[in-house]
Design a protein around this ligand. Structure first.
Ligand SMILES: NC(=O)c1ccc[n+]([C@@H]2O[C@H](COP(=O)([O-])OP(=O)(O)OC[C@H]3O[C@@H](n4cnc5c(N)ncnc54)[C@H](O)[C@@H]3O)[C@@H](O)[C@H]2O)c1
Ligand SMILES: CC(C)[C@H](C(=O)O)[C@@H](O)C(=O)O
Ligand SMILES: [Mg+2]
Length: 352
């Protein structure tokens, strides 16, 4: 069982280190970890944010554990050399189109949510974010018009097949949960969203047991804080899913808690090939100071064991250890506590 470990930039390095320590503490027979540079770290060392060797390592592994990429010192670079292109490149090159971003309130964290405790307690949802299409991957440019004014544009598009495959993932996820699916779009304005909605309705015929609703994204953002308990599985496009998942993180306490899995259709000997990462970024404001909460990455490692390596008991074990640490008051600075990155890693390991 081979895991490609790509820590990346900023706190990506620190949080990945803790997740790796947790995996190593489980002492899993036959597990090998191979490391590679990605993001600004890779650009500085190899001249590219996603060097061919990193991509090949990722492709040849059973799963990828990813930290975060991003460095404001790279903002002046041409877009294809910027750190963020590395994660976009991995997602598209490896056809990891389905991004699962679960948000559940851990016991004892009611008071940490941005919502009132009685509302926060109801949150148990998963955002299924499409990851290979949308405005992220369309043509884009900043061009100069004849009158000298500059115009920036990004093409938003989805094909039927792109929507169909993510819809199937979402309906199957709903089947394994409370059988409710909410498709979030902006069909009142966008043709891309109209097609999205049409295709989701078509796919729904194959899942009569799942209740399907549609919601415009602006309303969904409002409902997520007003009444998050109404959501079970939320399926949405790349851009809306990016935004709504950061918002969902504050509903359960912190962006330092939200894990994610990026999956495709490829099966390995042990499970579904995938990339696992916290939903947060490289957080340059706290990087290198032992201030980052590694729990999102540790929980991503648990998702990796469950989905890609078929090690369900061990995944449960990690999740229980995180939950136990939180219940015992091991809170990072993001949750109003004082525990540092390393200390949180130790607390999880001691509870495994
Ligand atoms: N998948 C990724 O690699 C990814 C995701 C998001 C942003 N980014 C990149 O990261 C860089 C910084 O972006 P940003 O500031 O908008 O978003 P960010 O998620 O890095 O940080 C947002 C805020 O949340 C805090 N935060 C984030 N993770 C935390 C953690 N684990 N523990 C405690 N606090 C945490 C940060 O300190 C910051 O105040 C940018 O270059 C951006 O493009 C990368
Ligand atoms: C860094 C960026 C490209 C990325 C995204 O928008 O997908 C990030 O925000 C995320 O949520 O993983
Ligand atoms: Mg994001």
């Amino acid at each position: 069982m081979k895991i490609a470990v790509l820590p990346g930039d900023g706190i990506g390095q620190e949080v990945t280190q803790e997740a790796v320590r947790v995996l190593e503490a489980l002492d899993l027979p036959g597990l090998s970890l191979e490391w590679a540079d990605v993001g600004a770290t890779a650009y500085r060392a190899h001249g590219h944010p996603l060097p061919p060797a990193t991509l090949e390592l990722a492709r040849g592994a059973d799963a990828i554990l990813f930290g975060a990429v991003g460095d404001f010192d790279c903002d002046h670079l041409e877009r294809h050399l910027r750190p963020e292109q590395a994660i976009l490149g991995l997602r598209s090159e490896l056809t990891l189109f389905a991004n699962l971003r679960p948000a559940t309130l851990f016991d004892g964290l009611e008071g940490m949510s941005a919502l009132r405790p009685e509302i926060a307690r109801q949150i148990d949802l998963v955002i299924v974010r499409e990851l290979n299409g949308d405005v992220y991957f369309g043509d884009k440019a900043i061009e100069t018009l004849p009158d000298g004014e500059r115009r920036g544009w990004d093409m938003m598009s989805y094909t039927e097949s792109e929507v169909r495959r993510i819809a199937h993932v979402a309906f199957r996820a709903a089947r394994g949960r409370k059988e409710r699916l909410c498709s979030v779009d902006k069909a009142n304005v966008l043709e891309t969203s109209q097609l999205w909605r049409d295709v989701v309705i078509e796919v729904a015929k194959e899942y009569p047991d799942v209740t399907l609703d549609h919601m415009y994204v602006d309303n969904a953002a409002m409902q997520l804080v007003k009444n998050p308990g109404q959501f079970d599985v939320v399926v949405t496009g790349n851009l809306f899913g990016d935004i709504l998942s950061d918002q969902a993180s504050m509903c359960v306490g912190s962006i330092g808690l939200l894990a994610s899995a990026a999956l495709g259709e490829r099966q390995t000997e042990y499970g579904t090939f995938g990339l696992y990462e916290p939903i947060h970024g490289s957080a340059p404001d706290i990087a290198g100071q032992d201030k980052a909460n590694p729990m999102a990455t540790i929980l991503s490692a648990a998702m990796l064991l469950r989905h890609s390596l078929g090690l369900v008991d061990q995944a449960d074990c990690i999740e229980a250890a995180v939950s136990g640490a939180l219940a015992d008051g091991v809170l990072g600075l993001d949750l109003g506590g004082e525990a540092g990155t390393r200390e949180i890693g130790d607390a999880v390991i001691s509870r495994l």
